[in-house]
Design a protein around this ligand. Structure first.
Ligand SMILES: NC(=O)c1ccc[n+]([C@@H]2O[C@H](COP(=O)([O-])OP(=O)(O)OC[C@H]3O[C@@H](n4cnc5c(N)ncnc54)[C@H](O)[C@@H]3O)[C@@H](O)[C@H]2O)c1
Length: 347
């Protein structure tokens, strides 16, 4: 099979990891080019991983490079949809880090482009590639848990990085977006009906007036009766904490393990173990496997990879409904937020 030349857009913290994965962890893939408005960032990534690639400062130039077969977008969230659409319009398969879009208008434009020019489009919901989450999903599909009645998912970052630079609503659009997708993955076939969200600035109360919300709890009810809760914090002093729980009529599944290894130490202070501090350590395999899946989907010309535009769209609805709920202080019907958002953007 021909080596897939991949163009990477965005050479920051996550772009460096995905760049190394493309170059060194996926047989049949090559890191052919990197685009970043700061070329030094691309150079740093290449130097760090010991590879060579073309460097662009404009993502569109990379997309238009006829040697580039597929695109991986790892730039800031608010730039994603433009590059996703450009990639699709140039007939290039695209993997986009979450969120694929930050508004319904952007999502609609992506769907329109994809309908006109179908190519594989995948979003970076890596929990769908974590072995335990995958296994839980299958158990639920197979009916092993009976009816799903209660669900829980959380994302807690180890520390609040760059709080002054975080765009408004980041906690919903970039952090809880993972949990929204996880809740849908663990409640297969069900659709969310209503969302009630609370959020506050508990870590940096001084930044609340700048729009920074660093802590949140969201309750979601589904059309199969299941009640779900997602929570997020930008600062868990004990490490990077991603867990979930599914409670059904026939039992319960718990997911997520923040221990770095099976070692537990017992001494006069009691019992203890080390915890994972970094997302790329906790979910290393999932991050690699999602890109392996993308490369395989492109090589096999599968237009709908495992995590599709539709999954990106539902998670976005839940994020936008949460934002609306925080603004109004009221529960919000998912249907209403879709139409409200469309109306606002038409004005
Ligand atoms: N799946 C996950 O768990 C996970 C974890 C971390 C980050 N992410 C996502 O990855 C993306 C990048 O996050 P990060 O932590 O690497 O951010 P970052 O700020 O470290 O890096 C962003 C990079 O993009 C570059 N950039 C800025 N504007 C650009 C543009 N218009 N086109 C191309 N590049 C541009 C910046 O110069 C920088 O090098 C975000 O969407 C984030 O949500 C996902």
């Amino acid at each position: 099979m021909k080596t897939l030349n991949i163009g990477l857009i965005g050479a920051g913290r996550m772009g460096a990891f995905h760049g190394q994965t493309i170059a060194q962890r996926i047989p049949g893939a090559k890191l052919y080019a990197i685009a970043d408005p700061f070329p030094q960032s691309a150079e740093n990534v290449l130097q760090h991983i010991g590879e060579e690639a073309k460097i662009y400062t404009n993502p569109l130039d990379l997309i238009q490079d006829s040697e580039v077969d597929a695109i991986v977008i790892v730039s800031p969230a608010r730039t994603h949809s433009e590059n996703v659409i450009q990639a699709i319009e140039h007939g290039k398969p695209v993997f986009c880090e979450k969120p694929m879009a930050v508004s319904i208008e952007e999502m609609k434009a992506i769907k329109k482009a994809a309908k006109k020019n179908p190519v594989p489009v995948q979003v970076g919901f890596n929990r769908r590639f974590e072995k335990g989450f995958e296994q839980a999903h299958q158990e639920i599909v197979d009916g092993q848990l009976g009816d799903v009645q209660l669900l829980r998912s959380n994302t807690r970052d180890p520390e609040l990085s760059g709080p002054e630079k975080k765009p408004e609503w980041t906690i919903f659009l970039e952090t809880l977006i993972h949990d929204f997708d996880t809740l849908m993955y663990l409640n297969p076939g069900a659709k969310p009906v209503e969302v009630y969200a609370k959020a506050d600035a508990l870590i940096r109360p001084d930044l609340k007036e700048n729009g920074l919300l660093d802590t949140s709890v969201v309750t979601i009810t589904f059309d199969n009766g299941c009640i779900a809760v997602a929570d997020a914090s930008f600062q868990a002093k004990y490490g990077y904490d991603v867990r979930a729980e599914v409670f059904g009529s026939e039992g319960m599944i718990t997911l997520g393990d923040i221990k770095t290894s099976s070692m537990q130490k017992f001494n006069t202070a009691g019992a203890s173990y080390q915890t994972t501090r970094y997302d790329q350590d906790l979910l290393f395999d999932a991050y690699v496997d999602e890109l392996k899946h993308f490369v395989k989907a492109v090589q096999n010309e599968e237009v709908t990879p495992k995590v599709s535009i539709e999954n990106a769209e539902w998670a976005l609805y839940l994020a936008l409904a949460s934002i609306e709920s925080v603004k109004t202080g009221l529960p919000v019907k998912v249907e209403d937020v879709i139409s409200l958002q469309l109306k606002e953007e038409a004005m």
